[in-house]
Design a protein around this ligand. Sequence first.
Ligand code: ZN
Length: 320
Amino acid sequence: MPSIPFRRAPPKVELALVGHTDTVPYDPRWSEALRLTEREARLYGRGACDTKAFIAATLAAIETVELKNLRRAVALIFTADEEIGLIGAKRLAEARAIHSRYAIVGEPTSLRPMRAGKGYCLAEVTIKGREAHSAYPALGSSAIFRAAGLLARIQDLGAELQNYQHAAFDPPFTTLNVGLIKGGTAKNVIPGECRFTLEWRPVPGQDPGSLLSLVFAAIEEEKTRYPEFVCDVDAARTDEGFETAPDSKLVTMLEELSGHPSGTVAFGTEAAQLTELGAEAVVLGPGDIRVAHRTGEFVPLAELETCVKILRQAIERLCL
Ligand SMILES: [Zn+2]
């Protein structure tokens, strides 16, 4: 992948409006997935709320603003590959492509301003054993039994993570999940390999890598118990969360314009990268995250229209 050339002084803007252009895949049996369909004051289609609606609202809002009257710059940032790991936003942050004072990051929040979000971390753990006939256990080493020992330790680490509390979140701590596990080849073969995924969502303020260090320490302990213990950890993602102060001008303004108190989100967003780019960031957009990533995804028309008004007023108040 070619790198974006380094710029000495990134262009300064007052407000960045950020939406991702990619979507998750769709079930081919869903006939409306690629044909936007209006029904009962809702717009249906893949990406309807996550996040085509926010992008449409951004374009509609900017059309109503007299651009020549703007005293401070607005940036429209439409990114790629958010769903597979915030790739576009990470490249912008890495390249220091812009310096923004405030950012509104579009995600379906039912227009509630979200001022903080958890991070997202993912690792794949592979444990190697030695295959043998199950009638002769001494000839082999079970990767599944070794994995079970490590998993029990990881479960305890999950409980330990709850000691670090962040009251703004529900649940108020870093959560941890082992969502996939695969191992062995047959019922009468001592398994030679076992793999599992480890996913955790750190609250802002807690180092996303700290759990990984604890997992490495647990692996070392397992090695002292079982000298043959062989384990490889591939840490694919350690994305931090973000937090903007409740009394930030952007937060209080969006609370007023939306009529909703600010909140927090437990899913990963591009707000962390915008924070890296200097911004006080808030996540806000039309539609409900609970219908995103599902067949039948939709955005309510009324929320889409209200979002246009909120964004127009935000631009006018911050940039005129
Ligand atoms: Zn999204």
